[in-house]
Design a protein around this ligand. Structure first.
Ligand SMILES: C[S@@+](CC[C@H](N)C(=O)[O-])C[C@H]1O[C@@H](n2cnc3c(N)ncnc32)[C@H](O)[C@@H]1O
Length: 406
């Protein structure tokens, strides 16, 4: 596979206390899957575009007399294309294999992991679980991105298999681009705030849909005097997140089991920074407005709300929309397409936010030197620094400020 030797090996990831260990064969399996993923996206995927341009698009034009007009029309025709079928089946399989490999690795050591998580969670006020929280349909009804048990299933008492598998398997899909602690998004936010808003010193931070805390921890690290509250509905993810944060030496973060559709335990205006990372695209159209209205209520005047996501479809050509929409139909991500076609600013405005306060900005994750080594020249980022799309707003600040990428 071309250029795969330049990829890092899975075992460069930082090993916190509850991180699953791996033997030689397990590392080799994860690296093979990582390389296969990169090979598919760099070497095989361009052929799907060629198949579209040379075969499928001309067919549509011949049939209708017009250029393709929607990603749905493109998908319906591409479904019959052999090259697309091959790439799609392989990509789906790398996802299934990632989960199988991660799960098998975790299950082989689950008693040990559970034991460490139990010890870290015992009588610790930084973990607040609530048996009354009901997992909402957007999480309960689908094994999101083919992940068995989603983020919340427990198959025995205090099981954390789903969380440990997610933590170790993410690398396979991202090939190290999220950093040694899979926290590139949170690092990007912290870096953007540090460089663009050095005087902004939030005292209370809320991260919604935190899963195992990957992107909440950099905020706790960057604002050591702040109290960070990270909420999720998924009990095993929160227990694992808490043990993970503790072993990484972060004590100013509290993990709370709560449904973001009902955050009535927190007072109006009680947070000055509210973040989400890769969260909005896992919400149904029913859930999203309820959560946004809560964010509006909880955000203090002058406070910042920031959502990291992949870019919206608006402005993209139909092929690009179709290929980005693959996850909706083939990767168990039913909310992905419906969310990316929204006019998000309008949705926020409908939930009470002032459009004048909103801005879009690119937030850049730093390349992790622990994984990729030191840059050979100043400013070199190996072309690998992912830029996250962020939709943000400064509440009541009429933020006509031009936000800069950092
Ligand atoms: C893609 S994950 C987010 C990843 C995470 N923010 C990170 O930085 O790694 C989505 C998370 O949102 C949680 N979630 C979905 N709906 C929720 C809700 N209504 N309230 C709280 N958490 C929710 C899921 O349980 C899941 O853990």
């Amino acid at each position: 596979m071309s250029n795969s030797s330049a990829l890092p090996s899975w075992d460069v990831l930082t090993k916190h206390n509850v991180f699953p260990v791996a033997n030689h064969d397990e590392v080799a399996r994860l690296n093979f899957l990582t390389h296969l993923n990169v090979h598919l996206s760099s070497q095989i995927l361009p052929g799907v575009k060629t198949a579209y341009e040379t075969q499928v698009k001309p067919e549509i034009v011949a049939e209708t007399g017009e250029e393709p007009s929607s990603r749905h029309q493109v998908r319906q025709h591409m479904l019959n294309n052999g090259y697309f079928q091959m790439w799609s089946a392989l990509r789906r399989n790398t996802m299934e294999m990632r989960h199988q490999a991660a799960r098998a690795q975790v299950l082989g050591q689950i008693e040990n992991i559970v034991d460490k998580v139990d010890k870290a969670c015992h009588n610790d006020a930084n973990l607040q679980l609530d048996d009354n929280v009901v997992v909402p349909p957007n999480v309960a009804m689908v094994d999101i991105h083919c992940q068995p048990g989603c983020y919340y299933q427990e198959y025995f008492e205090n099981d954390v298999t789903v969380a440990a598998s997610y933590d170790l398997g993410l690398f396979v899909t991202t090939a190290g681009l999220l950093g040694a602690l899979s926290d590139g998004g949170g690092q990007g936010i912290a870096n953007w705030l540090k460089t663009q808003h050095p005087d902004f010193k939030p005292k209370r931070i809320l991260d919604i849909g935190c899963t195992v805390g990957h992107n909440a921890l950099p905020l706790a690290e960057h604002f050591p005097d702040a109290q960070v509250i990270a909420v999720d509905v998924a009990r095993p993810s929160l227990r694992y997140a808490h043990a993970r944060a503790k072993s990484l030496g972060l004590n100013n973060i509290q993990f709370v089991q709560a449904n973001a559709e009902d955050l009535s335990q927190y007072a109006d205006g009680s947070f000055d920074l509210i973040t989400t990372s890769m969260f909005l695209h896992e919400l149904s159209h029913q859930a999203m407005p309820k959560i946004l209205k809560n964010i509006n209520r909880l955000l203090a005047d002058g406070g910042l709300n920031l959502h990291l996501e992949q870019p919206q479809y608006a402005g993209m050509d139909v092929y690009q929309q179709f290929i980005r929409d693959w996850d909706t139909y083939f990767n168990n991500e039913p909310y992905w397409g419906p969310m990316h076609e929204l006019d998000l600013k309008q949705v926020f405005a409908d939930c009470g936010f002032d459009p004048q306060d909103m801005f879009d900005v690119g937030v850049v994750s730093k390349v992790d030197e622990k994984i990729f080594g030191k840059p050979k020249s100043e400013g070199e980022d190996y072309g690998r620094s992912p830029v996250w799309n962020a939709l943000g707003l400064w509440k009541g600040k009429n933020a006509k400020i031009s936000e800069k990428v950092a």
